[in-house]
Ligand binder design. Structure first.
Ligand code: FAD
Length: 422
């Protein structure tokens, strides 16, 4: 079994992707070369703003090349809570943005001719408990009545036929959602940024930001660059550059495994419709077939500090076989982990602290939203937009949070408790 992301092995970084040298000066410097940073750079470079993406590793080495490729609507937080906390008008704007986010990925893929297996087949949410199915029925009715949005309710029998498993108590199918191949999309997007004149500075770790009257001095592992504006698009990776941002985000691990290729009959039994899926827990399992017919299964569960990948993969495999006994004889081919940028309110935010802009915090559901927030940040920075719903909502800050090591176990237990009582 290989301990690297299947996607990186299946479609590695193309040699044709240009490597840029760190410039001395740039209009906007973007820290972080994942989907958020690249989407912001794409919007900025298209409107003629000089932009450099500063990435400490290779482009997309963080979550953007490690995820499951599920491009779905909504947020990790429930819509009901978002309506409660921010009011109906903002709640509706957030929901609408999440729909547009899926469309936006499709538009970028079409406009730039990115061949990344983007298909809008739909996404299933599966009830992990009978009580979750009862809540789903209410949600489906509410979405139809209040939001004019159709989601199809599936009975336990229909779910069994759809995913080849007796483990679930029903489900709901959202046909707005899509799936894609993460690294094909990643390098396609990076190529589009480069074609628009954006610079991709890899192996360029930002170590310090100094503010002065007209901008910033940015110290990096490759030297210093001056920029008028800075956008932090570092996901849950690094809060030390802008300390107040550290109080709203922390990294949580997610681990995925991928089997060897399945036979056509196994694929038909396990997923005849090509739907991606996720269960209804706060710390969910997610799964899908890869474009070449393997089974990908993963979990945003809390795996402990610095978990042993082989141990976690063995646990995940047991959980996989409990749910899909057909896979008991199919060997694993890949296992890997990555970090989610988790916020305390489980919604992403755009903001500005100490003069530094930030866009981050998808909490494990960021493939569609990173395109949207990246573009919003780019349009705000270039003055083409004045506000965004993701600026309006105030992030939940925790003054006591300073160190991932202390907070993650507590929150892991808290979400497990919520799953247990639900
Ligand atoms: C295993 C896994 C499965 C997932 N599955 C899904 C899914 O199916 N669907 C979904 O919607 N979401 C999923 N997600 C979440 C999704 O991948 C992320 O929300 C999304 O990729 C975030 O993109 P980003 O650009 O904000 O962050 P990232 O891709 O993490 O990019 C941030 C970048 O910042 C760089 N960086 C950090 N500090 C510095 C510094 N000081 N200097 C320079 N560079 C720096 C990092 O190296 C990194 O490349 C999953 C995540 C994981 C880990």
């Amino acid at each position: 079994m290989k301990t690297l992301p299947f996607w990186q092995d299946d479609y590695p970084r193309p040699d044709t992707l240009p490597v840029s040298v760190l410039p001395q000066r740039v209009d906007v410097a973007i820290i972080g070369g994942g989907y958020t940073g690249l989407s912001a750079a794409y919007a900025l470079a298209r409107s003629g703003v000089e932009t450099a993406v500063l990435e400490q590793d290779r482009i997309g080495a963080g979550a953007s090349s490690r995820h499951a490729g599920i491009v779905t609507t909504g947020f990790r937080q429930s819509l009901a809570n978002l309506f409660d906390w921010h009011g109906e008008a903002v709640g509706r704007q957030l929901w609408q943005a999440s729909l547009e986010a899926v469309d936006l990925v499709g538009e970028i893929v079409a406009d730039e001719g990115i061949s990344c297996d983007f298909t809008r087949r739909g996404h299933l949410t599966l009830a992990a408990k009978p009580s979750h199915f009862a809540s789903m029925k209410q949600l489906v009715a509410w979405l139809a009545d209040e939001m004019d949005f159709t989601v199809q309710l599936l009975s336990p029998d229909e779910v069994e036929t759809a995913v080849g498993s007796k483990a679930y108590f029903g489900g709901m199918l959202n046909e707005w959602s899509a799936s894609l191949h993460p690294t094909k999309y990643l390098y396609g997007l990076a190529g589009a940024v480069a074609r628009q004149g954006g610079l991709l500075c890899e192996k360029t770790a930002v170590t310090r930001l100094e503010k002065f009257a007209n901008g910033f001095n940015i110290q990096t592992s490759q030297g210093t660059v001056k920029a008028r504006e800075v956008l932090l698009a570092t996901n849950g990776n690094d809060g030390k550059l802008v300390r107040p941002v550290q109080r709203l985000i922390f990294p949580m691990s997610s681990v995925a495994i991928v089997t060897e290729s399945l036979t056509a009959a196994q694929q038909r039994y396990l997923n005849p419709n090509g739907w991606s899926a996720q269960d209804s827990r706060w710390l969910p399992h997610y799964f899908r077939l890869t474009p070449d017919g393997r089974f990908l299964f993963g979990s945003h569960r809390y795996w402990g500090l610095d978990p042993d990948l082989l141990d976690v993969a063995a646990t995940l495999r047991q959980q996989l076989i409990q749910r899909f006994p057909l896979l008991a004889e199919v060997p694993l081919a890949y296992a890997w982990g990555g970090n989610l940028g988790q916020t305390f309110d489980m919604v992403p935010h755009i903001g500005r602290v100490n003069g530094v802009h930030f866009a981050l915090g998808y909490s494990g559901q960021g493939v569609a939203l990173s395109a949207y927030l990246g573009r919003e940040a780019g349009l705000l920075l270039s003055g083409q937009k004045r506000t965004s719903p993701f600026v309006t909502i105030q992030p939940a800050m925790r003054f006591y949070y300073r160190k991932y090591g202390r907070i993650a176990p507590l929150l892991g237990h808290y979400y497990r408790f919520l799953d247990w009582i639900s």
